[in-house]
Design a protein. Sequence first.
Length: 126
Amino acid sequence: MLKVEISAGAKKKVLALEPAFREPGHYEAAFYPTVQTTHNYRIFGNVSGVPVDLTFTCAPGGVAEGKALDNSTVKISDQITRKGLTSGFGCPESRSDVSFPEKYESNLELQNKISQLENRAMTTNK
């Protein structure tokens, strides 16, 4: 059983990796990024009794296709060695660039606007 821990700054969330529908050997854990930032992904648990603990970080701005980030050999356990070329993946991008017909505003942006309005109302009422 494998799980994935997603972190952004000090905030963390653990999700179960579930088999993808009609895609044997593929697993997924759905989440919806709410802020454009760097995310870390830690996959942990065990596969057939072998402990697994791997961490990946997205690359802001993405990674050029075919560009290698790592060409190392890493011993994961006594029975498993990861060998080969690995690449990377981009971090989630802002939805505001692709929103239509209205500009998407994140919960953080909305909360900041509410706080500004509350502060303005408090100073106006004095």
